[in-house]
Design a protein around this ligand. Structure first.
Ligand SMILES: *Cc1c(COP(=O)(O)O)cnc(C)c1O
Length: 360
């Protein structure tokens, strides 16, 4: 039986990448050792990291005046590092609140300075994105932070908030590399790797150079972006194996047409799944506004919640795994990241159709 893993993260990786990692595990390219065992200062490992960075730059079209950092601590650590590094003597920063991850970023930022919440969708149960013309922005803000894809609520931006001179900061943990992004419009982009990039333990930061070097007094060395920028992410031991796997994923993306091609597949997968939900006569329901639905994380409920357990059990038996919704929202959630093939979504909608017929 083919297994399809719909986990929100850590999440599915491309089969080819896993197979290549398996083949190279004990002896990378004749080096006689595993990537895991290599000195991070040796030329073999340095070449792996340099190639991963070059491929990421090429895939995302990262301009030369941006640094790419390979860090640890997860996106959650960025909730602190962003204000510590980017407040730059200003009183406060602007934050948009679109759900669970925005809320976490906001509460952490409050430890370091003022937070101006420009708009919130809390009164609509985070089922949509507040219209840009309703955002109460502060022209003096140190930066504007938002979450382009809310992994739990399933709300995703299909547009770019133009922030003018205020640096735009984005938590792209769950949709990085899933669609083209104009990096030059951003001051800083960060993402934990375990959703769309690779294994947990690696965090990617892409930051415009002029924003570096103004961290709050007392910022620990390890939490200052400049430390890592000045040392090519080798100030201390980087998460070498995670970077190696991310590099294999980048190569897989390049081989398969890059981000533009990936976006087309992601659109097809999302249309198939949302189409099935919307055509189910209310048996399945997605709470998110049509225009703000995520291509990566698809939350849905069953009309009769007492069938949830049965749905999950039958799905499991068919190899459709990890469909249980987040504990804070209930119902189901299918995460359909880059590495989820269209066949996986097809298998899911086939099952959903049959289950609805059986119980409708
Ligand atoms: C998963 C996730 C996080 C938290 O990531 P960690 O790496 O576990 O800290 C933050 N933001 C978003 C949007 C996420 O999807």
């Amino acid at each position: 039986m083919t297994i399809y893993n719909f986990s929100a993260g850590p999440a599915v990786l491309p089969k080819e990448v896993l197979q290549q990692a398996q083949a190279e595990l004990p002896d990378w390219h004749g080096s006689g050792m595993s990537v895991m065992e290599m000195s991070h200062r040796g030329k073999e490992y340095m070449s792996i990291q340099a190639e991963a960075e070059a491929d990421l730059r090429e895939l995302m079209g990262i301009p030369a005046n941006y640094k790419v950092l390979f860090l640890q601590g997860g996106a959650s650590q960025q909730f602190a590092m962003v204000p510590m590094n980017l407040l730059r003597g200003r009183k406060s920063a602007d934050y948009l609140n679109t759900g669970e991850w925005s809320k976490k970023a906001i509460s952490e930022a409050k430890r370091f300075g003022g937070v101006n919440v420009v708009a919130t969708a809390a009164d609509r149960n985070f089922s949509c994105i507040p219209a840009f013309d309703t955002w109460q922005r502060d022209p003096e803000a140190a930066y504007l932070h938002y979450t382009p894809n809310e992994t739990i609520g399933g709300v995703e931006f299909d547009w770019l908030p133009e922030s003018g001179d205020v640096p735009l900061v984005a938590d792209m943990s769950s949709n990085i590399l899933s669609r083209p992004v104009d990096v030059g419009k951003y001051g800083l982009i960060y993402a934990g790797a375990q959703k769309n990039v690779g294994p947990a333990g690696l965090t990617i930061v892409i930051v415009r150079e002029d924003l570096l070097g103004q961290a709050l007094p007392g910022t620990p060395t390890m939490l200052d972006y400049k430390t890592h920028a000045d040392n090519d992410s080798m100030y201390n031991t980087p998460p070498t194996y995670g970077i190696y796997i991310a590099g294999l994923v980048f190569r897989w993306l390049k081989k398969n047409g890059g981000i533009a091609a990936m976006e087309q597949t992601n659109i097809a997968k999302a249309e198939l799944l949302y189409g099935t939900i919307d055509a189910s006569n209310g048996f399945y329901r997605c709470p998110v506004a049509l225009s703000d639905r995520s291509r990566m994380n698809v939350p849905f409920t069953l009309k009769d919640a007492s069938l949830d357990g049965d749905f999950l059990k039958q799905a499991d038996a068919r190899g459709l795994l990890q469909l249980k919704g987040h504990r804070s929202v209930g119902g189901m959630r299918a995460s359909i990241y880059n590495a989820m093939p269209l066949d996986g979504v097809q298998a899911l909608v086939n099952f959903m159709g049959g289950f609805a017929k059986q119980h409708g």
